[in-house]
Ligand binder design. Structure first.
Ligand SMILES: *Cc1c(COP(=O)(O)O)cnc(C)c1O
Length: 363
């Protein structure tokens, strides 16, 4: 026998998850923070790195980091599990609670990686559409839970790429009707007014099946670090510990995450600044007669009604402004998503969009 080894048959139609990485002046396509991490954090990290015994494996349980996160959120260290980005946490959940013969539920359109990791782990995916406002449709939710009995239900809140957060009453309802884990992906949680972490802290009914996933990639300005975590019942943490690779969080990440939590006030100020910029961008889009959807996150979904979305996306790129073209995604016909950047970046985006749409910017 010779020739290439065939890929697993169920993976042949999949491709890896990517977002374009093009060299442009204004990069507003992956919802990162436009700000560098706090200078003081970097100084503390440099100092702490001098103390790391690099010839030794890291603390496998990452207890120092988990304890710091637990204190930060008012929970116990045994309820916290960390990963190389929150994406690894999601993958561990799928490995432990998904797999062949099991189903996960998603509400579309939503973060495509939930579906992708499910497919990679041979878990079947069952989905229902969101409402016209892109929130969960409770009748559809009830019908899906009854029909598919998913072992994991993913809720992205605030939802990427559409922007709105779910009410906590919706999360509570899901905890009543979902037969398996309810995983609330709060990658943008700091931008929303409420968090499913409130339900965990209250010990509300059904919270033994609630998992809240968070990341240092967005509000903490540390996408390059690759650090994420979940807050869940200790039994779910134990389940993830069965499947995770040993030493998955390196010594540098453990100390970097711990130190980052000392700078939460800076992060909170930046959240407020981005929220104010978001309002400004939303108002400017409205002035350009572009349809946009309300956002509880650091991005805005919009639809340029008078020009094809892909043409607009391309036109912006010619102005060295990169945003996300969602127009080919199911349920997002003609939609684009822009990340909120610095005031300068947002101005560049709005100027370019005005030029591309061929209209004068409103005063
Ligand atoms: C950006 C994002 C993440 C972050 O993934 P990391 O692996 O932590 O960088 C997770 N979930 C959603 C919905 C996101 O948009």
């Amino acid at each position: 026998m010779s020739g290439p080894v065939p890929l697993r048959a169920d993976l042949r139609t999949l491709s890896g998850y990517h977002s374009a990485q093009v060299d442009v002046a204004v990069r507003l396509n992956t919802n990162e923070s436009p700000f560098a991490p706090p200078e003081a954090w970097l100084d503390e990290l440099r100092e702490a790195m001098g103390q790391i015994p690099f010839n030794r494996y890291p603390d496998r349980t990452a207890l120092g980091l988990r304890s710091a996160l637990a204190t930060h959120h008012g929970v116990l260290a045994g309820q916290v599990f960390c990963g190389t980005g929150s994406n690894e946490v999601l993958q561990c959940l799928l490995l432990a609670y998904g797999g062949a013969g099991r189903a996960v539920a998603t509400f579309e359109p939503s973060y495509t990686l939930h579906r992708h990791i499910a497919e990679v782990t041979a878990t079947s995916v069952v989905s229902v559409p969101r409402t016209a406002d892109f929130v969960l449709d409770l009748d559809e939710v009830d019908e899906l839970m009854e029909r598919a009995r998913p072992t994991i239900t993913f809720v992205c809140s605030p939802n990427n790429p559409t922007g709105r957060a779910e009410d906590l009453t919706t999360i509570s309802h899901l905890l009543e009707v979902a037969p398996g884990l309810v995983v609330v992906d709060e990658a943008y949680g700091q931008f929303a007014r409420t968090s499913a972490l409130d339900l965990v802290r209250e010990g509300a009914s059904g919270t033994e099946r609630l998992v809240v996933v968070r990341t240092f990639s967005k509000t903490f300005s540390m996408a390059g670090l690759r650090l994420g975590y979940m807050v869940a019942d200790p039994a779910v943490v134990a389940g993830c510990e069965v499947v995770v690779l040993p030493y998955n969080v390196g010594s540098v990440s453990q100390v970097a995450g711990r130190l980052a939590l000392r700078h939460s006030e800076v992060v909170e100020q930046r959240v407020q600044q981005l929220v104010a910029e978001r309002s400004r961008v939303e108002a400017a889009l409205a002035a350009l007669a572009v349809t946009s959807w309300p956002s509880d996150a650091n991005f805005v979904l919009f639809r340029p009604d008078h020009k094809p979305a892909t043409k607009v996306w391309q036109g912006l790129l010619e102005h060295s402004v990169l945003i996300r073209d969602c127009s080919g995604w199911p349920g997002l016909h003609e939609c684009l998503r822009v990340t909120i950047g610095t005031p300068y970046e947002n101005d560049r985006f709005l100027e370019a969009l005005t030029a591309v749409l061929g209209k004068d910017m409103a005063p």
